[in-house]
Each structure stands twice: as structure tokens, then as C-alpha cells.
Design a protein around this ligand. Structure first.
Ligand code: MSP
Length: 647
């Protein structure tokens, strides 16, 4: 018997009318991050998503394609399910409204409300938007007399129909919204809903006779039940509404219905009225998130800017997309998706910050301590401050996630990733490794880094479940990753002294952006060549050069992304550097003065228009500047952004 607190979270169920796009993936990713966080925090989570398969629109499309509606939706729904698996969505159930288990629930609900007298038969004449499956009153239409949601024409419909007495519940719903400020979030949506109800609620038409792809009205089979009445009840079906009272008692009322802003109305007005008619408690929260637009524009087939999440996953990985969506967009507000912004995040935050921290740490533990994390003894001020930062990050993360501040929480975790990278530069383990007296200091440093990465792996797991697990596995921690809880990082020191870590593996490859035009190589004519040679000869004894000569040398601030020894040499390092608009490899004769790890992350000055040369089989394109005096040598490192020119 589990004593965990239950947490029931849902996404909307998606229409299988078209392919899912990145906007749908956004909605489901948010819900997944929250569900994963709650599990981590010790809740018994039930996370539901699914497909909303009935309605006239589906029936029409299926007819056009010469297949049955079910045949038509089966293929699309299989694609949804594939997408959710690839995106790492951890839903506990997937409800299809075409399933028998759901039909039973919808018909029973209809029957109960009908018997109570809150559903009656009447005649409907009204304006219907087929794509949105919504009825509108005259005063709700937009300025062109079209659907206020999708702005397409509405149809005048007149038919015998069943009505749900929404008007009876209007005051009670309004009172509930006013008395429970948490119920509709964010607050701007709450205000919209209050205004909407205050304009008056009409009874809702909940059956149609003009098509039959839907759930029949139990006492009058020529009617099918209105899709929203059918769809909303999906939230009750999988948690045992009709057949498992204990399960139902545990998960209902739902803790969170996460929905897009345009369907808050259905969830915070119509749905509460249905629940009140059933004498069921109302969900604790309906959260209306904003919309994702692409390069500043709403996605649409006609604009050809619909972004397919499966293709993006193939190209960049699920975790990179999850990270981008959760970090870039403040929940509740509209947000922008752009490929360039995604690539920038991948390169800067994932490949650089996170990837380098893991790689440097495991590499150094391997090199300096044969892969063993030795028990720490004593603690320097800087160690203590890293540890305090780790603990504060866990607290801030918990607080932020509980308040659904997803982006803010991720930023806090990344601030800690940067802190840990800085700790490497400050403690300079490569120098400690050279001093036998500093063995324990080095051991303490390596311990603090490994333990920081244990923290980071747990903290990123709601956002990037695949990467979190890979870090955990590279750290080779004995606790099964799937059993890890947030409480495991509430105390420092979870790694046992003597633990052997694994070998570093790259987490995120850097994404190459198409190279911009290379800096122009000076084109020499034969004559110019001769003149230059003459000049060189003439200038040999002289130390002076003209401004013009100097300006031929293009100097730029570049960042060292990766560094490694060139095999079978003791002088050469191969550096991978970021020039701002491109990435290059160079070979530099500084191996005697620098450990590779020491250089990673440094902004250094480089001659960028030096002719490429092949050194030990590596094409070196550029030269890092260094100052030397006697045996000492230091690269020229500056506190300026990548791409800055040096003059
Ligand atoms: N079937 C109904 C929901 C019934 S819930 C009982 C529906 N389906 S939908 O497929 O049109 O939309 C599902 C969700 O995807 C909605 O919450 C909607 O806001 C969201 N999104 C669709 N496009 C979106 C963006 N471009 N950006 C963010 N979310 C968007 O409505």
C-alpha cells in the first residue's frame, strides 16, 4: 500500500485531424516535466494524455479518403503514441475516446445528468464552427461574423437536440472561481473567464443528428453526443470512475488540467458545470499555457511553417528540444521557436556548459586518480561554497517547480552548472595533480565535482530524462536511476569514497552552422608576390611595420571548446575553438604549459587569417597568441565575448 500523496495531471486530448506539431509537443512536454518532478518529489503521479477522435470534421475527412473514421484515426493516433515515446513522455495512460471503456463512461454520465433533469430535449438553431466543434452566439463572433477562435466561417444549424442546463450552474461556477484564486491560472485567464460568465451562460447544446461518428445518446440513438461533452469526460475514464472507487477516490479531483489558452473556457466553465451536475468535486487547477509560434508567426499549413517534432528529434535529440521548450518560454506566455535559437542553446548550454563539465570531471578523475572518487577529508572555503550552492540550488529548484516556474527553475540549475565549471578553473586540479603534497586537496576537488554532477543529473531529470540517465550512468552510480528521489540530493555526500566512475562520453555534439564567408584571403598577383618578397627582405633587419601591414593580421577573441593532446607528441595540443560564426581546429605548441582541461572555456586571442597548415595530420587553421618569458608561457586570455576583434 502506497502512502504517497496522489497527483493527477492531464494534458488535453489531441484531435487526430492532422499531424501533431511542435506546439502540441510543447504542451505535452510541460506536463511531462511537471509529472516527472512530482514523482521525484515523492508523489504518486497519474499522468494522462490521449486522443479526441469523434466529430463531424473527422468523419468528413475519413469520407474524403474513402476509409472509415476509425481506420482514418488509427494511423494518426499510432503516430501520436510514437511521438510521445520518442519525446520521453512518461504518461501513465493514453485514452482514446473511441475506446469502449470511454463510451461506457460518457453514456453513463449523460444518463445520470438526464435523470437528474439537467439534460432536456429541445431544438437548436445556432451558429456552429465545425473545425473547432464549437457553438457560438451572435455576440461572440469576431468582427467578420466568423468563429472567434479560428476566424473561419460558422454554419447556421437547426436541429432537434439535447441541452445541458449550464445556466443553472453559472452562479455556482462563478462563486467557485472567485473563492478559489488558484483554480484558474495564470491570473489573466482567470479574469477573462470571470468576464465571460458575467455576460451570462446559456444552456449548452450537447447532441447532434447530422453525423454519426460519435457516442450515441443512450436513450435516443439517432443523436451523437457533442464532442466537448464526450472529450472532457475522458479525464474520469482511466482513473476508475465507474469501476474502481478506490482508485477514483485517490486521483479525483485532478490536481492539474494543463491546457492551451484557447481551451481554458471549456475546462474552467463547461467542465465544472458538468462536474457539479454529477456532484463531483472540481479540479484543483486549470492552467492555460501560451502558444508557441514559429519565427514570430503562427504555425499553419498554408504558410508552410509547421514544425514536425519527429524530424526535430531525429536531428537534435528529444532532450535538446525539451530543454529548449522548457527553458525559452515562460509558462503562460506565448513563446517563439526558432531553429537558430535552438542551435544556440544546444551549443552554449548543452554541449559547452553541461557537456564540458561532465567531460572535464570524468577525464580528470580518470587521469589523476585512475577513475576513483576518493573520500574527501577536510573542506576548503571554496569546496564549502560549492556545496552550499548545490544545496541552495536544490531548494530553489523545488520551490520553483512547485510554483510551476519551469523556466526559472532550469535557469537556477544552469547557474549551478556554470558555478561548477568555474570551480574547476578556480581550483586548477591539473596544478594540484603535479604536487604530491596536494593529493588530498585534489581528492576533495574531484569529490566535489563528482557529487555536483550527481546533483545535476537528478535536477535535470524532469527536463532531460535521457541525458540525466546518461550522466548517472557515466558516473556509474550504484543506485538505480529510476528509483532516485529528490530527497537523495537533499544531503551532500551520496557518493561513497572509493567509487569508480565510468569513462566520459559526449552528451551533445556541437551543431555546425553553415559557415559564413571566410575572412577574405589576400589574393596575390605575381607582381604583388614579388614586391612582398622584396619588402620582406628589406624589412628583415628592421622591426617596424606599417599600419597597413598590421591590419593584414586579423585577431579575434575565440573560445576554446575542446582541447586534447596530439598523440605521440609532448608539445602539441589540438584545440577546437569557436570564432562566433564558425568552429575551427588548431594545433598549438603549448602542451608543456597547459593541461587540456585548463584551456577549455577560456576566451583567448587568435590570428584567424593564418594560412591553414597540416600538422601531424591535423589541418590547423589559425594560431593562438601566447606570451612567453624564459620557461613560462601564457596564452593571451581576455574577458571579452567570442567574436570580439583585437586591434
Ligand atoms: N481536442 C481538444 C482538447 C480536448 S481536451 C478535453 C483540442 N485539441 S487540439 O489538438 O486542437 O489541441 C490540443 C492542445 O494543443 C491545446 O491545449 C492547444 O492549445 C495545444 N496547442 C495547439 N497548438 C499549439 C501551439 N502552437 N502552441 C502551444 N500549444 C498549442 O483542443
Amino acid at each position: 500500500m502506497s502512502e504517497k500523496k496522489p497527483f493527477y495531471i492531464t494534458t488535453p486530448i489531441y484531435y487526430p485531424s492532422a499531424k501533431l506539431h511542435i506546439g502540441h509537443a510543447y504542451c505535452t512536454t510541460i506536463a511531462d516535466a511537471i509529472a516527472r518532478f512530482k514523482r521525484l518529489a515523492g508523489y504518486d503521479v497519474f499522468f494522462l494524455t490521449g486522443s479526441d477522435e469523434h466529430g463531424q470534421k473527422i468523419q468528413r475527412t475519413a469520407e474524403e479518403q474513402g476509409v472509415s473514421p476509425l481506420e482514418y484515426v488509427d494511423g494518426i493516433v499510432a503516430e501520436f503514441q510514437k511521438l510521445w515515446v520518442r519525446l520521453g513522455i512518461s504518461n501513465d495512460d493514453f485514452i482514446r475516446t473511441s475506446e469502449a471503456r470511454h463510451h461506457r463512461v460518457v453514456q453513463e454520465i449523460f444518463r445520470r445528468i438526464y435523470e437528474k433533469g439537467d439534460i432536456y430535449k429541445g431544438s437548436y438553431t445556432g451558429l456552429y464552427c465545425t473545425p473547432c466543434e464549437s457553438y457560438w452566439t451572435e455576440h461572440q463572433l469576431d468582427e467578420n461574423g466568423c468563429c472567434p477562435d479560428c476566424h473561419r466561417p460558422v454554419e447556421q444549424v437547426s436541429e432537434e437536440a439535447y441541452f445541458f442546463k449550464m445556466s443553472k450552474y453559472a452562479d455556482r461556477v462563478l462563486q467557485y472561481i472567485e473563492e478559489n484564486p488558484e483554480f484558474i491560472q495564470p491570473v489573466s485567464r482567470r479574469n477573462e473567464m470571470i468576464n465571460f460568465i458575467k455576460q451570462g451562460l446559456e444552456d449548452l447544446c450537447i447532441s447532434r443528428t447530422s453525423f454519426d461518428w460519435g457516442i450515441p445518446v443512450p436513450m435516443d440513438e439517432k443523436h451523437v453526443i457533442y464532442v466537448w461533452f464526450d472529450a472532457l469526460t475522458n479525464y474520469l475514464t482511466p482513473i476508475g470512475f465507474l469501476d474502481d472507487a478506490e482508485k477514483f477516490g485517490k486521483y479525483w479531483p485532478a490536481d492539474l488540467h494543463l491546457v492551451g489558452k484557447e481551451i481554458v473556457r471549456f475546462h474552467s466553465i463547461i467542465w465544472p458545470c458538468i462536474l457539479m451536475a454529477l456532484d463531483l468535486p472540481l479540479p484543483k487547477m486549470v492552467y492555460g499555457h501560451g502558444w508557441l509560434v514559429v519565427d514570430g508567426d503562427k504555425m499553419s499549413k498554408s504558410k508552410g511553417n509547421v514544425v514536425d517534432p519527429l524530424l526535430l528529434i531525429d536531428e537534435f535529440s528529444a532532450d535538446a528540444i525539451r530543454y529548449f521548450l522548457l527553458r525559452e518560454i515562460n509558462l503562460g506566455q506565448d513563446g517563439n521557436f526558432s531553429r537558430d535559437a535552438l542551435i544556440t542553446r544546444i551549443n552554449a548550454d548543452l554541449a559547452n556548459d553541461l557537456g564540458n563539465l561532465l567531460h572535464r570531471t570524468l577525464n580528470m578523475i580518470g587521469k589523476f586518480q585512475d577513475g576513483i572518487v576518493l573520500a574527501p577529508e577536510g573542506e576548503s572555503e571554496i569546496d564549502a561554497s560549492l556545496k552550499a550552492d548545490a544545496m541552495a540550488t536544490v531548494r530553489a529548484f523545488r520551490e520553483g517547480m512547485e510554483q510551476m516556474k519551469l523556466s526559472e527553475s532550469i535557469k537556477k540549475v544552469w547557474a549551478f552548472v556554470s558555478r561548477a565549471n568555474k570551480y574547476i578553473d578556480e581550483t586548477a586540479p591539473w596544478a594540484l595533480a603535479k604536487d604530491p603534497e596536494k593529493k588530498q586537496v585534489l581528492a576533495n576537488t574531484m569529490y566535489h565535482l563528482a557529487e555536483s554532477l550527481r546533483f545535476i543529473s537528478v535536477l535535470i531529470s524532469p527536463y532531460m530524462p535521457f541525458t540525466a540517465k546518461r550522466i548517472w550512468e557515466q558516473l556509474a552510480l550504484p543506485q538505480p536511476f529510476d528509483e532516485v528521489q529528490l530527497s537523495d540530493i537533499e544531503t551532500w555526500g551520496g557518493i561513497a569514497g572509493g567509487h569508480r566512475v565510468g569513462a566520459p562520453e559526449q552528451l551533445f555534439p556541437r551543431i555546425e552552422v553553415e559557415k559564413e564567408a571566410q575572412p577574405a584571403k589576400p589574393q596575390q598577383t605575381q607582381k604583388q608576390g614579388k614586391q612582398q618578397k622584396k619588402a620582406e627582405k628589406r624589412e628583415e633587419p628592421a622591426a617596424e611595420i606599417s599600419m597597413e601591414d598590421f591590419s593584414k593580421i586579423h585577431l579575434r577573441v575565440v573560445k576554446v571548446l575542446a582541447a586534447e593532446k596530439v598523440p605521440e607528441t609532448d608539445k602539441l595540443l589540438k584545440l577546437t575553438v569557436d570564432l562566433g560564426n564558425e568552429k575551427r581546429e588548431i594545433v598549438s605548441g603549448i602542451a608543456k604549459h597547459y593541461e587540456p582541461e585548463e584551456l577549455i572555456g577560456k576566451n583567448v586571442v587568435m590570428v584567424i587569417n593564418l594560412k591553414p597548415a597540416k600538422i601531424r595530420g591535423i589541418v590547423s587553421h589559425g594560431m593562438v597568441l601566447a606570451a612567453s618569458a624564459g620557461d613560462e608561457l601564457k596564452v593571451l586570455s581576455v574577458d571579452m565575448p567570442i567574436g570580439a576583434t583585437v586591434r
